[in-house]
Design a protein around this ligand. Structure first.
Ligand SMILES: Nc1ncnc2c1ncn2[C@@H]1O[C@H](COP(=O)(O)OP(=O)(O)OP(=O)(O)O)[C@@H](O)[C@H]1O
Ligand SMILES: [Mg+2]
Ligand SMILES: [Zn+2]
Length: 453
């Protein structure tokens, strides 16, 4: 027996509150509490309800998970070598970024390999899906489709499947359990639906992929608990004005995180990009100040990215700091260090910083390239076309070592760069025909750029 209880749940962090308040005490989000009916078990749990469990030894071979390769190298790499049977993946992304397209192509590939695939959409009608499948050239495949939103029906259906299948739920926010008295997309519904579906999918050791919406601050809508319930969390990101899309792993119980896969959105669907550096550098202009190339690393893959800066006198009391693709706090730090340690005056300047190609970077190793782009713009001195940068900047203006320098240098060499600006403490294998500039302090970088490297 259960009785209904009115409670308020934070739609961001999932914390329960007994009273409504304007701000969640746990995550400090404003206006995030919503009234939901939560059923609570009444009375103490019966003492005899538990069953005896059986322990296993880890050396047992039957405990190993086979991986399912998808024929999409980019997806397989992001997943850490393919999808693990019995695993649950949550994939989030902005509206219209291409989530449904990606997963439809994925099951299209898998069904060609005779995998049983099921695609349930709560967002689109079958004729809409058919139109997309037509465009992607997979209309004739053996994927089974349904357009339903009742998670209880879906769970019953997939619970009765005997063989391993690939199940796509598009999207978890549209699903609802009729037993629960809250509307679809609320924390209670999202959590309960995910729970039902996960249990049903595990019965046949199937691979479950849940599509999730993203809130305006970029996290997957619904509580963080959803991220704890799944094995892998992926984000599909990009700028709608650009054709590239990046699939990024944020959590992976079966592989490395921060691995990326790069795609191009074409009218026939998503195409994998095997060499993203080439693509990101393709629109580069010669002899322009304010551009520096960062030898970056995304997961295990090196990638070259152009950092662009434009610095100009400001007419505002608090000058503008406009940043696309990088961290605001880090830019403030770099400009403070440039101001105090290198006498580059930025406090009355507007700074615009852009990571070209619509990609986002998170590595502190990009500090040196960002600083270089800013110095180059302030001094109006272009940086030579064949120079790349990597290194972290510390508060005393020191340049610090980064990881995987060799991989970064190798990628730069492969793409024809021959001048590497790197931290002085960094130990690397010196390659022939390459020029290395080891820097100790950020002020060395200012000297180097003004001397026209
Ligand atoms: N006829 C078309 N030709 C070319 N590209 C198209 C066409 N229709 C849609 N697209 C591309 O597909 C994108 C939409 O992809 P998709 O529906 O997979 O996104 P989604 O992330 O699932 O969106 P939602 O959040 O609405 O479910 C569009 O932004 C557009 O770039
Ligand atoms: Mg969609
Ligand atoms: Zn909260």
């Amino acid at each position: 027996m259960s009785k209904l209880n009115k409670q308020y749940i934070c739609q961001i962090c999932g914390t329960l509150h007994s009273k409504w308040s304007g701000k969640c005490e746990n995550c400090n989000e404003w206006n995030s509490l919503l009234e939901e009916n939560v059923s609570k078990p009444s009375g103490p749990l019966s003492k005899s309800s538990g069953h005896k469990i059986k322990f296993e030894y880890l050396k047992n071979d039957t405990l190993e998970y086979p991986r399912l390769k998808t024929n999409f190298n980019e997806i397989d790499r992001v997943m850490g070598g393919g999808f693990v049977s019995g695993s649950v993946t949550l994939i989030g992304g902005d509206p219209g970024i291409g989530k449904s397209t990606l997963l439809l192509q994925l099951v299209g590939n898998l069904s060609k390999m005779n995998e049983q695939c099921i695609y349930v959409s709560g967002e689109e009608s079958l004729s809409q899906i058919k139109m997309r499948a037509d465009r992607l050239g997979i209309k004739d495949s053996n994927i089974q489709f349904a357009s339903v939103t009742n998670a209880s029906d879906i769970a019953t259906t997939i619970g009765s499947i005997k063989t391993r299948s690939v199940l796509i739920i598009d999207s978890i926010q549209t699903m609802y359990l009729p037993q629960i008295d809250s509307s679809p997309g609320t924390v209670t519904q999202v959590r309960a639906c995910a729970h039902e579906l996960i249990i049903a999918a595990k019965k046949s050791n199937s691979i479950l992929v849940l599509i999730g919406h993203v809130t305006k601050d970029g996290s997957i809508a619904g509580p963080r608990v959803l991220e704890h319930m799944v094995d892998t969390v992926l984000y599909f990101e990009g700028d709608n004005n650009f054709q590239y899309r990046v699939l990024r792993s944020m959590k992976n119980r079966f592989g490395p995180t921060n691995e990326i896969g790069v795609f191009e959105m074409l009218n026939v669907g998503l195409k994998e990009i095997m060499n993203p550096s080439k693509l990101f550098l393709s629109d580069r202009q010669k002899n322009v100040s304010g551009s520096a190339i960062f030898a970056g690393l995304e997961g295990t893959r090196p990638i070259l990215i152009e950092v662009q800066a434009l610095v100009m006198p400001s007419s505002l009391a608090s000058p503008r700091r406009t940043i696309v693709g990088w961290d605001t706090a880090r830019l403030s730090m770099i400009s403070a260090v440039l101001e105090s340690r290198c006498k580059i005056h930025l406090s009355n300047m507007d700074i615009f910083l852009n990571i070209a190609g619509g990609i986002k970077i998170f590595e502190p190793a990009a500090d040196l390239a960002v600083a270089a782009a800013i110095i180059s713009s302030v001094k109006d001195v272009p940086i030579s076309f064949s120079t790349v940068f990597f290194g972290e900047v510390g508060l005393s203006g020191e340049i610090r070592k980064v990881n995987q320098a060799e991989l970064r240098i190798k990628e730069a060499t492969k793409l024809g760069f021959d001048n590497i600006i790197l931290p002085s403490k960094q130990k690397v294998i010196i390659e022939k025909n390459m020029n290395y500039n080891n820097l100790t302090l950020l002020s060395d970088l200012v000297d180097l750029i003004t001397k026209n490297i």
